[in-house]
Unconditional design. Structure first.
Length: 404
């Protein structure tokens, strides 16, 4: 069995590393593809072949065609995209896959909806899920007015996009001013817009004050085949963002809410539904967003007993998957690199820094004695890049070749 996995030069590379290791464990020969062959995942001993392809950000058509051609030339029958742009490129090139090549891809309309924050929340409300108050704001003054009515803290984020890119938790009016000042410096002349991100539009949301809880699943046309729920015990940035210390949970309410939304989307393939718990004691899950791809904590899901990459490939090929595996609850997984360096610099509590640093003492993490090269590459890159190593935006990977 052979598969192509995609990656790119940001924190998303850890998703590809988890997929490569999981597929190799299941007996797959893995070709890893990217426009940059220097990411840590390429150092894994489980990568059978390396493939350089055009960037899915600057040349999505060329990216998809190169993947398809390489798969046909090598007798590979399945492509497993692990980042937003590769998923989007392959969805648009679905017809080019033909009859023999497969990929676990969602419907185009469902994928586009998940990139649109407002549309996602509207769908969630129609399906009976709780959502935070949300308002489009185009200036600091408009955001200040909405924040006065909502109450601080508030969340500022891109109207189109996902993950921690463009996200800021504002605790006071000056935080809003700084957010819009930074946007004016970086994006005033030509704010970037594409099928995933739009830096020209911002929404303000009421802050749901609790930990982030995730429902991560593999679906077959809206039906959940397997799922894992997790909580983000530590995040980067410290007050909300990507999970860098996660713990698997058993959460029936979250499972029901996530499954209901993915069914409404008729979702196909992997996806993560992000929630926060109501702070009023009810514990009701409030939808935050949907990531229409594999998730940052994929390695934790695999360590908890669910080999999602293998299941996704089998789903794409129409092979039997079997019953959902039992999830190991209470498993804690740490992602210390490159975030530990910036966490220590940021003034985070020493207790949190210690929790993250414990990964070096043998706790569950991407640091593997049996496959050490990716971690060594992460350390080298973090030391060389400094704070830039924690840049979560996929657009950072195109700094030398900015999008048109």
């Amino acid at each position: 069995m052979k598969a192509i996995v995609t990656t790119y030069r940001t924190g998303g590379d850890r998703i590809a590393l988890a997929a490569v290791r999981a597929l190799a464990r299941a007996g797959w020969q893995v070709t890893l593809a990217s426009d940059d062959l220097t990411t840590p995942a390429f150092r894994s001993r489980h990568v059978t072949a390396r493939l350089q392809v055009p960037s899915p950000i600057t040349d999505p058509t060329g990216h998809a065609r190169a993947l398809v051609q390489a798969a046909r030339d090598s007798g590979i029958r399945v492509i497993l995209p692990t980042d937003d742009y590769a998923v989007l490129a392959l969805v648009h090139a679905r017809a080019e896959l033909g009859d023999q090549l497969r990929a676990p891809l969602p419907p185009a309309g469902a994928l586009d909806l998940t990139h649109d924050k407002t549309a996602t929340l509207e769908l969630a409300a129609r399906t009976g899920l709780a959502i935070p108050p949300s308002f489009p704001v185009d200036t600091a003054a408009a955001a200040q007015m909405r924040a006065a009515g909502t109450g601080f803290p508030v969340v500022l984020k891109l109207a189109r996009g996902n993950g921690a890119v463009g996200l800021k938790i504002a605790h006071e009016p000056s935080d809003i001013d700084r957010y819009f000042d930074d946007r004016a410096r970086e994006h005033a002349d030509n704010p970037h817009r594409d099928g995933v991100f739009d830096f020209s539009q911002v929404v303000l949301q009421g802050y749901v004050g609790s930990e982030t809880h995730d429902f991560s699943a593999l679906c077959d046309r809206g039906r959940v085949l397997a799922a894992v729920t997790t909580r983000r015990a530590l995040t980067f940035p410290h007050d909300g963002g990507i999970g860098i210390l996660v713990e698997t949970t058993r959460d029936p309410a979250l499972e029901a809410a996530g499954a209901r939304l993915l069914e409404a989307l008729n979702w196909h393939g992997p996806a993560q539904v992000e929630f926060r718990r109501a702070p009023d004691g009810s514990g009701a899950p409030f939808l935050i967003e949907v990531n229409g791809r594999f998730w940052g904590s994929l390695a934790a899901s695999v360590a908890a007993g669910v080999n999602f990459p293998d299941m996704a490939c089998r789903l794409a090929l129409g092979q039997p998957i079997g019953p959902a595996p039992q999830v190991r609850v209470g498993l804690r997984y740490r992602y210390p690199l490159p975030f530990l360096f910036e966490y220590a610099r940021s003034g985070a509590p020493w207790r949190d820094i210690w929790q993250l640093a414990q990964a070096f003492l043998g706790a569950r993490s991407d640091l593997r004695l049996s496959d050490p090269a990716p971690a060594l590459a992460q350390i080298r890159q973090a030391l060389a890049a400094g704070q830039d190593a924690t840049n979560l935006s996929p657009l950072a990977a195109t700094a030398d070749h900015p999008p048109d």
